[in-house]
Design a protein around this ligand. Sequence first.
Ligand code: F6R
Ligand code: ZN
Length: 185
Amino acid sequence: MTEHSAGIRFLEDTLAGPQIEHKKTLIADLEGIFKDENARELLPPEMVVYEVDAYQPVRGGTQGGLFFGITRIQPGQVGNEYFMTRGHFHALADRGEFYWGIKGIGTLILMDRNRNARFEQMQPGSLHYIPAHTAHRVANTGKDILSFGACWPADAGYDYEEIEANGFSARLINEGGTPKLEPLQ
Ligand code: F6R
Ligand code: ZN
């Protein structure tokens, strides 16, 4: 491996090498993201909900550059809602992204600026194109870890504020053991 390359261990769903950033998102970090805030507060604050390994070979903001990441979402629920990523539009909103399933099962939730939501099932090998101007979030609907890959423009950035303020227009809940979409009240 040269100094500027990263190793992908697909079978282990991790990235290794220089210029890899590791980020853990805990229950404590997800205030206001799940519907049942009381249920979230009852869970251990240090509980890991998801982790991201991101290979960033260029500086964030570099026009024409690409980033590559792997996200691992733990199985679990807050109330009846599955563990999921925070979700975001890109700060440069006209930037798209690819996601693809590596391990486990889940649902990719997509929402446009008019709050029209749609859903794609994720499983090992599934490939998902996230168009520009589209918020994206992934929920782990299985009993094991869900991991997925991502590739996105280095200048895309993150706009978390819009989702923190208004959420997605539907949530994914466990109803009697089956994932069900619940429109936002
Ligand atoms: C990058 C991207 C993914 C997510 C990751 C965590 O544009 O979409 O790498 O950043 O799956 O999700 P968030 O960022 O929503 O916490
Ligand atoms: Zn993104």
